[in-house]
Design a protein around this ligand. Structure first.
Ligand SMILES: [Zn+2]
Length: 69
């Protein structure tokens, strides 16, 4: 692999990260336990990023993501 190929990979990676953050802003998080949209990010010390439902108290890595209308 030469230098220009590495640069292309970085551009591709930046595009994908930009897309991912864009998609996240357009989607809504839904609690799998009670279907509430009152869900926030929950930063666990050892477990990493999880989600917390403010309505039922659910905390977990699994969450339903749905596009906003
Ligand atoms: Zn819930």
């Amino acid at each position: 692999m030469n230098d220009s190929e590495i640069a292309d990979d970085f551009i591709e990676l930046e595009k994908k990260m930009e897309e991912a953050s864009h998609n996240r802003a357009r989607s809504v998080l839904i609690c799998p336990n009670c279907s509430s949209t009152n869900v926030t990010y929950y930063m666990g010390l050892k477990t990493g990023v999880q989600y917390q439902c403010n309505d039922c108290g659910y905390v977990g890595t699994f969450i339903i993501e749905q596009d906003k209308e």
